[in-house]
Design a protein around this ligand. Structure first.
Ligand code: UDP
Ligand code: MG
Length: 315
């Protein structure tokens, strides 16, 4: 019997978990020709999330959990899930039931047809503000342009991955992760499944706009260095303009015998170009920051315990 690991990152999800267990149980009753592993990654929750998971594990041994030493963020929780998953395929799912488990049989169906990466694409996004929908749409557009690679729009992390995709993703160990672009990067045979994204069943979203902006910048800088090229695109024409303008001013001074006077113009020019420089330094700083973080070669996450076994960090 083939085994499917359902990976669920959970951060302060005590309110959603009872609903989640119920829906998953229903699913596993229906789909009984597969072995299931429900792998929770407790991302340093401050509430009773891990206690609830442990309690459920006592009555259902299909439940496993990785308990992080602190909150490392969802992207990191996902790679930990892939590291610990034992299945022939893995499915990423949110703990808040925004990704309906009822879609899983369809994902499995396409996997059996030979697809490696079956991803669920949102038809609608109930319970999300207009602003969130709009910014998300714009972000995908920009990312796609910059990356020069097809990136699935309106697609979250809800997807099924074949073992070879799991192994491929496990090789990508950068610490500032943008899993969404990694799914595109690995390639393999992809299949789209449409679904309606539900509102959160309970609890509050952990995202705020600042976090989303962070994620967006990480997404772009982790994927492409083309913003760095902006320096060239702006810098070279600027140099030519300056060169021509300087010649023009010198010739004008000699021929018409007038003094260069326009100090206002100079001030404006200085402001303009220092502005450009600051922006470009900012972009370079982004990449420098990434290099700094990556060169530390720290482990991506630290585990407190796995299925009740204490992590000792012995080598
Ligand atoms: N999550 C996590 N670590 C975090 C934040 C969120 O593991 O630091 C989990 C969270 O428990 C949920 C999933 O990531 O299972 C999606 O989070 P959320 O529903 O808050 O995001 P949204 O659906 O609003 O984008
Ligand atoms: Mg959610």
């Amino acid at each position: 019997m083939k085994k499917i690991s359902i990976i669920i990152p959970a951060y302060n999800e005590e309110e959603s978990l009872p609903f989640l267990f119920e829906r998953l149980n229903k699913l596993m009753e229906q789909v009984n020709n597969y072995e299931f592993e429900i792998l929770f990654v407790n991302d340093g929750s401050k509430d009773k999330t891990v206690e609830l998971i442990k309690k459920q594990r006592e009555i259902d041994n299909r439940i496993s959990y990785v308990d992080f030493a602190r909150n490392f963020g969802k992207e990191t929780a996902m790679i930990a899930g892939l590291d610990y998953a034992t299945g022939d395929a893995a499915i990423f799912m949110d703990a808040d039931l925004q990704d309906p488990p009822e879609l899983i049989p369809e994902l499995i169906k396409y996997w059996e047809e030979g697809y490696d990466d079956v991803y669920a694409k949102r038809k609608s996004r109930k319970g999300e503000t207009f602003l969130k929908k709009f910014t998300s749409k714009m972000y995908y557009k920009v990312l796609q342009k910059l990356a020069g690679m097809e990136i699935q729009r309106d697609t979250g992390d809800f997807r099924l991955l074949d073992r070879r995709c799991i192994n491929a993703l496990r090789k990508l160990r950068e610490s500032q992760r943008c899993t969404k672009s990694m799914f595109s990067w690995i390639g393999y045979k992809k299949k789209e499944v449409l679904y309606d994204r539900d509102p959160r069943v309970a609890g509050k979203t952990k995202w705020n706009y600042l976090k989303l902006v962070d994620l967006a910048i990480d997404g772009i800088t982790s994927f492409t260095t083309s913003p760095l090229r902006l320096a060239t695109y702006i810098g070279v024409p600027t140099f030519f303009l300056l060169f021509i303008y300087t010649i023009y001013v010198i010739i004008k001074c000699i021929v018409l015998k007038v003094a260069v006077q326009a100090f206002q113009a100079i001030i404006l020019l200085i402001l303009f170009f220092s502005g450009i420089q600051i922006i470009l330094f900012g972009i370079i700083g982004e990449y420098l920051g990434r290099i700094f973080v990556e060169t530390k070669h720290r482990p991506l996450y630290l585990v407190n315990e796995y299925n009740g076994v204490r992590e000792t960090n012995e080598i």
